[in-house]
Design a protein around this ligand. Structure first.
Ligand code: CA
Length: 235
């Protein structure tokens, strides 16, 4: 993202530890972002009545936990949310993302890394984002505007559900998604037997885009956790 456009973005940092929020604010302001601080969840929800472009949300807040704040934000907004947490196990990561956070940074983190994540999220949510994503040197191309997929330049027909699942994972390479998350994120609600429903969709996607479903280049099974997209995005 050009720095000339960066100062149009407003970022809300929700964190009660001033040492952390001050340094994050410093780094973001240096990039040209407008930054506001909220010391607790109630203040954050109040500030978010105004327009912001991204929220950095600490998990441990004095009045309510970050997960509850995240869930409350998701009731009225799809703003990108990056969670800060001291928990680092993959289960916590998956749980946090299941609540609708877009990314997760584990404390202690480098402010530079956080800034890079912020930029990535703003790029994704920006309407000027590239409409085509190409992976593994053009082997797989996803066109988000036409909902068209090509594999080795041949058009692959996916159902709209298969397309949404694949796109959701491909936009976040290497991130693990549980089956419950894929159902929640794609359909917006839970229903009985979702594990098998998701597995069936993944199987179909693999049959269409993988050369060998047992050695997938794109959609990998993470045992006990779910699935992740492992294709590498072309520059
Ligand atoms: Ca805190």
């Amino acid at each position: 993202m050009k720095s000339a456009t960066a100062n149009h973005f407003k970022i809300l940092i929700v964190e009660d530890e001033e040492k952390i929020s001050d340094i994050v604010r410093l780094y973001l302001e240096r990039e040209g972002y407008a930054v506001k601080l909220a010391g607790d969840g109630a203040a954050a929800l109040k500030f978010l009545k105004d327009k912001y472009d991204l929220v950095i949300l600490d998990l441990m807040l004095p009045d309510m936990d970050g997960e509850a704040v995240c869930a409350a934000i998701r009731e009225f907004s799809d703003i990108p949310i990056i969670m800060l947490t001291a928990k680092s196990s993959e289960d916590d990561r998956v749980a946090g993302l299941g609540l609708g956070a877009d990314d997760y940074v584990v404390k202690p983190f480098s402010p530079r890394e956080l800034v890079a994540r912020v930029k990535a999220q703003l790029r994704r949510s920006s309407p000027s984002v590239k409409k085509t994503m190409s992976f593994n040197k053009g082997m797989l191309v996803i066109n988000t505007a036409t909902m068209e997929i090509t594999k080795n330049r041949k058009i692959i027909l996916l159902t709209s559900t298969e397309f949404r699942i694949l796109l959701h994972m491909a936009e976040r390479p290497q991130m693990v998604f549980s089956r419950a998350q894929l159902v929640n994120l794609v359909q917006g609600y839970d229903f009985e037997g979702y594990d098998r429903v998701i597995d069936a969709h993944i199987k179909n996607i693999r049959q269409k885009i993988e050369d060998d479903s047992h050695k997938p280049l794109f959609v990998k099974t993470v045992h006990g956790a779910g699935y992740k997209f492992i294709g590498s995005l072309d520059a």
